[in-house]
Design a protein around this ligand. Sequence first.
Ligand code: FUB
Length: 461
Amino acid sequence: MNIRHANIRKIAAALSAAALAGTAFAVNPIVTHKYSADPNAFVWKDRLYVVCSHDLDGQKGFEMNDYVLMSTDDLVNWTDHGDVFTGGKDVKWCWNLYAPGAAVKDGKVYLYYPNSGGPIGVAVADRPEGPYTDPLGKHLIGREMPGCDSCWVFDPAAFVDDDGKAYLYFGGNGDTMARAVRLNDDMVSAQFPGIMMKASKDGGEATVMPYFFEASYMHKHNGKYYFSYSANFPDRGASIDYAIGDSPLGPFVWKGAILPNWAENSWNNNHHSIVDFRGKTYIVYHSRILSNRQGHNNVFERSVCIDELKYNDDGTIAKVVPTHEGPRQLKPLDPYKANRAVTICQDEKVKVKMADVSKNNTSVVVASDDGAWVRYAGFAFGAAPESVSALCRAKGPAVVEVRKGAVDGPLAATIALSDTKGEFRKFSAAVSGIGAETCDLYFVFVKSAAGTEFASYRFAR
Ligand code: FUB
């Protein structure tokens, strides 16, 4: 890069950072081409990952049998890595996958999964995308194990403390039903008996976890331990409540709600996780926002959302107001590097599937019909781009338009695709009307779009 370009890039970066600082995107839910629920967030190599239950389109109950994985480094554009763990395939004894729990330890990812209301198993992988193996071939925690007699042995949440000691929290259906076990160093065996999680309330004795219903979670902040969970419906309307303690197993003091339930969640079940990422804390949770927006109003079609979480000076948590906007974008997209098509802010009429792209099995966008579009938010162009290229697999002549700012915004490029005979091929087009600015772009599949696959794109100047 020459000095002139370096200076232009510095100015552009400053301008785009300023532009982004004032920009609020409608980020929630974080994925709009599928339903997702029970998010468990973790950081891997400076990227935020969320592994989620995968609610099926139109499901009439909790029929899920795989987990979906999303990741981001800017909190606005999320990469859909596809289904990473499937019941009956990656694990033989478990088919109905309810809320997952994930932990990172010694360079491995551990995934804890319940078969519906129990029992709980564990899978291991070398990276978040998997492949995951089931080292035990059977469950890790079951109701028959000492101290694990919760009504529902499900909703596992793993927590690794700063001293390397790990814990698994789980349980459901009553204030005496929250449980925890110490995990051994191998993360795939546990120490028994499990213990009952309890918190005192209003200065009283700790005999139960007040209002506990499901969705256990543990995180640490400034040396204190925060046990959070979905509270019951009759007393608390399934708000996410929490208790603070001095050790991972208590004693705890109940503090009330972090995340009240809300209309966009149809006042239905609530599930969350809390994660630190690049200097701030976020709560990731599900709602019915997408199903409601689509007019389905199906409480079994949930969608994952994210908002910032802040602490009060005394260490208590300021109540989170769930938003449609979500957090601000942390950094702009670089249009001049190869960007994956599945790193998306919003979309319509598209799906994501796994495909063999240059001998790598990876997730790609698939247009379902004409009018399908994908929005990528917050590119910092720095200088006017001259061309754009897209790596696509097409079944015949098709057209992808690149539009600025809106799905019907100014046309910046028209990419003509032809039959790629089953392979992925690069197609290029000239770009006009984009200057040294920060803007969103929409890739719109306008003609003969059904089945067109889109792997990646990059701009050139
Ligand atoms: O997704 C199925 C169940 O719904 C979860 O296990 C609960 O936490 C609730 O979110």
